[in-house]
Write a protein that binds this ligand. Structure first.
Ligand code: COA
Length: 168
C-alpha cells in the first residue's frame, strides 16, 4: 500500500499478555500496519524461546487485522526507521512508567529522527500487568487466565508442568 502508516511496537513479549494485546488493538485503529517487534534483548533472560514467543503472538493476534510480527536486534528507534515506521508505540500503564518512558522517548528521538513515540494507555484493569508477574504466578501454578489468552496459558502450564511433578 502506498503511504502506509506503519507503527512499530517493540518489546520482549515473554510472554504476550492481555495488556500488550490491548495496546495492539488500540494501535491498529490508528495505523495501517502495526509491527510487533520482538527485541532480541541481551539484558533479559527469557523464559520462552523466540520461536515460542512468535507463535504466542501469532495465535493471540490472529483475529486482529494489520499486525505483522518480526524480531530485531539493536536499537528500536533505528529498527523503526528501517521499517519506514512513523511511530514507535509504547504503553503507559501508570505514573511509575512515565520517567523511564520519557527518557526513552527523548533518546529515541535523537537516534531515529523521523520516529515519534506514541504512548497508548491500556484499559485500567491491565495497568498492573507485566510479563514477569504472569511468569511468577504461573511458576507457582496460580491461575493466569485473567491475564493471558488460553493459548499462552497452556504454554505457561507446559513450561512449569515438570516442576510440579518434581520431588521437593
Ligand atoms: N501490558 C502488560 N504488560 C506490559 C505492557 C502492557 N501494556 N507494557 C509493558 N509491559 C510489561 C512488559 O511485558 C515488561 O515485562 P517484564 O519486564 O516484567 O518482563 C515490562 O512491562 C516492561 O515493559 P517494556 O519496558 O516494554 O520492556 P520490554 O522488555 O518488553 O521491552 C524494549 C523493552 C525491548 C522495547 C527496549 O529494551 C528496547 O527498545 N530495546 C532495544 C534497545 C534500545 O533501543 N534501547 C533504548 C535506547 S538506549
Amino acid at each position: 500500500m502506498k503511504n502506509e502508516r506503519i507503527a512499530v511496537y517493540p518489546g520482549t513479549f515473554d510472554p504476550i499478555t492481555y495488556g500488550h494485546l490491548d495496546i495492539i488493538e488500540r494501535a491498529v485503529r490508528l495505523f495501517d500496519k502495526v509491527i510487533v517487534a520482538i527485541a532480541l534483548n541481551k539484558n533479559k533472560t527469557a523464559l520462552f524461546r523466540v520461536e515460542e514467543r512468535i507463535e504466542m503472538i501469532e495465535e493471540s493476534t490472529k483475529n486482529i487485522q494489520g499486525v505483522e510480527i518480526v524480531t530485531f536486534q539493536g536499537l528500536s528507534a533505528r529498527f523503526s526507521e528501517q521499517m519506514n515506521a512513523i511511530a514507535l508505540i509504547r504503553g503507559l500503564r501508570a505514573v511509575s512508567d512515565f520517567e523511564y518512558e520519557f527518557q526513552m522517548a527523548l533518546i529515541n528521538r535523537k537516534i531515529g529522527k523521523n520516529t515519534e513515540t506514541v504512548f497508548l494507555m491500556p484499559t485500567e484493569k491491565n495497568t498492573y500487568l507485566s510479563s514477569s508477574v504472569v511468569r511468577e504466578i504461573a511458576s507457582f501454578h496460580g491461575d493466569v487466565s485473567p491475564f493471558v489468552p488460553d493459548f499462552v496459558q497452556k504454554k505457561l502450564e507446559e513450561k512449569f508442568k515438570d516442576e510440579s511433578t518434581r520431588d521437593n
